[in-house]
Ligand binder design. Structure first.
Ligand code: PHE
Length: 477
């Protein structure tokens, strides 16, 4: 029998696979992209934002932001990446060679570097907490908030764990696409889900859980204001890894046969499910930690002050606490690793593809620079006084780490996502984008809706928020 002729997409795929690597399978991609999305954003940032922004009101707006803005933007990024098979700067240049649009890619590369710098600091905390849990530091008698304060105020521990995490990240990225990223995510995500579910069960049955639960689940519509919307939209972009090219880069390793729509839906669905569960784990435990839900407690240390309380309430103490605590922080560190790897990957792919650098050299240098930029963040939770109060927004002191998160994790990702919408829907053209999605999904039933959201709804919504932010910057608190 004759061998069937390979289709043109197969030829392109195999050439691409040889040159820059391609995902081993569709599932491999979903796990890797979910690995990028699921991380500290879900478990550290989401519950903190929800606690500070009206609980259920935040949850509601968050879900709307994911559905109507996040998912369309994710599909846009994947489409652009697969079509061009390039890093963000190269991808944008090859669909719109004219003008300054490529600067959006450059902004993404800078944002990746900046987010990685403080992301690694927080991920370092989870490493430190593995050690603390195993050495049985969290007895029911100690106050976890005080303990976190002492930990964050110790300069050498901050720097040490930040360095260890960044080094791990560099090692994974040097290993290359498939071997490095895919292998981890497949085992990690399901295990994280199981541990999370068990902790949720414990948390919602804790003494005093009901106040936190109703704060999180029964919406008080009077709490919805511009601050909540800004926070929810920013959180959606951060959590879904959008607005800086991570999904462009990941999409660039996808094959023409893959269905981009279902991929985007799986990734956003899994990401949102984990975030919502994380809220369900943290907020009911606030009361036990002596924190009143709804009162602005700001701090980046929230989950580190609350969760040890949950662990010390697990059955079969002290072992239950140690086992669950350690498992949780190890898994969180690994989930953070698969996200941080995607941040590092964006910057690395840019240097490799655009500047012709060797992968190893690019990765090591980017890791080192990001580590250095992260040092002020690491020292900003008590170790160095003036770094803890860089600016004051309506009476609230904001430290260096928080400032970086607001500037890059919120503002820059929001602006970047706007640019992605404009580039894909307008500058490149929605017809061409739609055709690219149709590879692997010939019918593309929701095509019309996607184009409408991407062309009008997303840009108008995001622009409104950005204009609002210029008029009243304090809503970014
Ligand atoms: N989405 C990741 C998280 O939730 C963080 C991230 C943001 C990764 C942007 C890549 C790009 O932890």
């Amino acid at each position: 029998m004759d061998k069937p002729e390979p289709s043109s997409s197969q030829i392109i795929d195999s050439a691409a696979a040889k040159k820059r690597g391609i995902w081993g399978s569709k599932l491999g991609f979903i796990f890797a992209a979910a690995g990028s999305a699921i991380g500290l954003g879900n478990i550290w940032r989401f519950p903190t934002e929800a606690a500070n922004n009206g609980g259920a009101a935040f949850l509601l707006i968050y879900i709307a932001c994911v559905l109507f803005i996040g998912m369309p933007v994710m599909l846009a990024e994947l489409t652009l990446g697969r079509h061009t098979r390039k890093d963000p700067v190269g991808a944008i240049r090859s669909v719109v060679p004219r003008g300054l649009w490529w600067l959006a890619g450059a902004l993404g590369v800078i944002t990746g570097l900046a987010i990685l710098s403080y992301y690694s600091v927080v991920a370092g905390w989870t490493l430190g907490y593995v050690v603390k849990t195993v050495s049985h530091t969290f007895t029911p008698q100690v106050d976890p908030a005080k303990l976190f304060g002492a930990f964050a105020g110790s300069w050498w521990q901050e720097i040490l764990y930040h360095a260890i995490f960044m080094a791990l990240c560099v090692l994974v990225v040097i290993g290359g696409v498939k071997a490095g990223i895919e292998r981890w995510s497949k085992i990690l995500m399901p295990t994280l889900l199981v541990v999370l579910l068990l902790l949720v069960v414990r948390s919602v049955t804790l003494p005093g859980a009901s106040s936190g639960l109703s704060f999180y689940l029964s919406p008080d519509f009077s709490k919805i204001n511009m601050k909540v919307v800004v926070a929810a939209l920013g959180q959606a972009f951060f959590s879904l890894s959008l607005g800086m090219g991570a999904m462009i880069t990941y999409g660039s390793y996808l094959s023409k046969k893959d269905n981009l729509v279902t991929s985007a839906a799986w990734v956003s669905g899994a990401d949102s499910a984990i975030a919502i569960l994380a809220g369900l784990m943290v907020l009911p435990a606030l009361a036990l930690a002596g924190i009143q839900p709804g009162v602005d407690q700001g701090g980046a240390g929230l989950i580190f002050a609350v969760l040890p309380r949950v662990f010390s309430q697990m059955p079969w103490q002290p072992y239950g606490g140690i086992i669950f605590g350690a498992a949780f922080f190890i898994l969180l560190a690994l989930a953070a690793l698969t996200s941080a790897v995607s941040l590092l990957e964006v910057v690395t792919a840019y240097l490799v593809d655009e500047k012709g650098w060797k992968r190893r050299r690019a990765t090591t240098l980017v890791g080192a620079v990001s580590f250095a930029i992260g040092i002020p963040s690491a020292l900003s939770l008590g170790a160095v006084g003036w770094l803890s109060s860089m600016v004051s927004l309506q009476g609230k002191e904001i430290g260096f780490l928080d400032l970086m998160d607001k500037l890059f994790g919120k503002l820059s990702l929001t602006f970047g996502s706007l640019l992605i919408c404009l580039i894909v829907a307008w500058a490149w053209g929605s017809d061409k984008a739609r055709k690219e999605v149709q590879n692997g999904n010939p019918r593309f039933v929701l095509g019309g809706l996607w184009v409408f959201l991407l062309k009008y709804v997303c840009p108008v919504a995001i622009m409104t928020i950005l204009v609002y932010l210029v008029v009243d910057p304090s809503v970014i608190r």
